[in-house]
Design a protein around this ligand. Structure first.
Ligand code: AMP
Length: 187
């Protein structure tokens, strides 16, 4: 199973992905988490992406595609992958198709969590207070949302045209969202 959790920052992609990891043994591939880990480790990659992340812009396609490629290779035979925060551009989506095709796999499902902008800002503001993630401040959030709208949302027809897209009301309770995702996975 190759499942994409799709949606803007603060939509609940990570939260729902973690639940699927616990419940179904899937592996969560979050490029945001990988990049934050690289920064925390002080690696050369981490230093290279820090300023771009703090600005709310996207890091280069090559970097995140390589991170995903590595992780797919390092997790052979798992029950499934959940792509969280990836792909975010058309180039990334095309590359992911290629990475999967070369392994005899493909994207099975794209779940889009739909949440309105006002609620996203409220959630990100709360996460900023709770976790202090530097790019969760309201100013940077506006840029991240703009990046989503201009670079990531255009991917929706890429998957929709192939019949892979399911929309879930991300404004529902956490359990309600989880139930809707389970229903989508059940087909
Ligand atoms: P996230 O935790 O998914 O919101 O990602 C935090 C930041 O990491 C983003 O604002 C980008 O700067 C960077 N990032 C994460 N995933 C990607 C991706 N797939 N493509 C480009 N940049 C990314």
């Amino acid at each position: 199973m190759n499942l994409i959790m799709f949606g803007p920052p603060g939509a609940g992609k990570g939260t729902q992905a973690k639940r699927l990891v616990e419940g179904r043994g899937f592996v969560q591939l979050s490029t945001g988490d990988m990049l934050r880990a690289a920064r925390a480790s002080g690696s050369e990659l981490g230093q290279r992406v820090a300023a771009v992340m703090d600005s709310g812009s996207l890091v280069s396609d090559e970097i995140v595609i390589e991170l995903i490629d590595d992780q797919i290779t390092k997790n052979p035979g798992v029950a499934g992958f959940i792509y969280d925060g990836f792909p975010r551009t058309t180039a990334q989506a095309v590359a992911l198709d290629g990475l999967l095709a070369s392994r005899g796999q493909r994207i099975d499902l794209v779940i889009r969590l739909v949440v309105d902008d006002e609620e996203l800002l409220a959630r990100i503001t709360k996460r900023f207070e709770d976790q202090g993630r530097s790019d969760d401040n309201p100013e940077t959030f506006v840029k991240r949302l703009a990046a989503y709208n201009t670079q990531t949302a255009p991917l929706l027809p890429f998957y929709g045209d192939r019949g892979l897209l399911r929309e879930v009301d991300g404004m529902a309770s956490m359990d309600g969202v989880a139930a809707a995702i389970d229903a989508a996975l059940a087909g």
